[in-house]
Design a protein around this ligand. Structure first.
Ligand code: ADP
Ligand code: MG
Length: 264
């Protein structure tokens, strides 16, 4: 039982369809299985993390939009999920107007950070923020609120180019508004062992980014894409699937990294 504040991790990549939401849900569920208390924050107007955890539109009463607008506290927005230890602040499409609505506000990039600090979140060990596929104000709020950034990377030809831009943005946020922000790691997703391009890209990414890249890779696994339509994490849907097992391994590796830093 720790008294320390939760480790806040933004799961981000400005590209869509690389596995951000799948990673948020399944890494969150894996950490919860290990006894950690995990809060997910859905910062994507598409609300895929909310849907994937069985939170229907009708149940999204208080959302991340209300929290960013200052209408509600983060604590008031938390909903439990069917997975013990895993809760969520859901998102609705109105989140897409935040850029415009907060345009004139001086504190627009610190809204999420302040909300998470002020709120009575209950005891949480991890807060995982699922970001939209863009480097917009929502993602900037996540990066300003976070201690670390996790980047899911699909093994494809232009993988490294996109990540260079993202790591530059992380560097800018670190210099301007969040000195403590680190790159927590890069996760190779939708990994296909039989595909030559996958292993070429893996070699390239590991040569360029070294220890930032997690040893654990997430395989392409149909269970990971099926589980959200049942409103549950893959671990609840098919715990023995290669996808579920990979996220459990990733959670272990992440926990080792976080603990190594905390004791360093
Ligand atoms: P993002 O949040 O980055 O847009 P998603 O996590 O929603 O990406 O993933 C995009 C699509 O790919 C979804 O349909 C998801 O179910 C599927 N998917 C993600 N990771 C995997 C995987 N490892 N194996 C198979 N399908 C996956
Ligand atoms: Mg997503």
């Amino acid at each position: 039982m720790s008294e320390r504040p939760p480790r806040i991790i933004a799961i981000t990549n400005q590209k869509g369809g690389v596995g951000k939401t799948t990673t948020t849900i399944n890494l969150g569920a894996s950490l919860a299985l290990m006894g950690e208390r995990v809060l997910l924050v859905d910062m994507d107007p598409q609300g895929n993390a909310s849907t994937g955890l069985g939170i229907g539109q009708a149940a999204r009463d208080i959302t991340s939009y209300d929290v960013l607008m200052g209408h509600e506290t983060a604590g008031a927005a938390i909903l439990p999920t069917a997975t013990p230890g895993l809760s969520i602040i859901p998102a609705t499409p109105d989140l897409s107007s935040i850029d415009l609505e907060l345009a004139g506000e001086r504190d627009r990039i610190t809204r999420l950070r302040n909300a998470l600090r002020d709120a009575d979140l209950g005891r949480q060990d991890y807060v995982l923020i699922d970001c939209p596929p863009s480097l917009n104000l929502l993602t900037v709020n996540a990066l300003v609120a976070a201690d670390g950034v996790l980047v899911p990377l699909q093994c494809e030809f232009f993988a490294l180019e996109g990540i260079t831009q993202l790591l530059r943005t992380v560097g800018e946020i670190r210099q301007s508004s969040n000195k403590a922000l680190i790159t927590q790691g890069i996760i190779l997703t939708m990994y296909d062992q039989r595909n030559n391009l996958t292993s070429d890209v893996e070699t390239d990414v590991r040569e360029n980014l070294g220890a930032l890249v997690f040893k654990t890779v997430i395989p392409r696994n149909v269970r990971l894409s099926e589980a959200p339509s049942h409103g549950i994490p893959a671990l609840a849907y098919d715990p023995r699937s290669s996808g579920s097992q990979a996220y459990v391994a990733l959670a272990r590796e992440l926990r080792r990294r976080v603990r190594a830093r905390q004791t360093a």
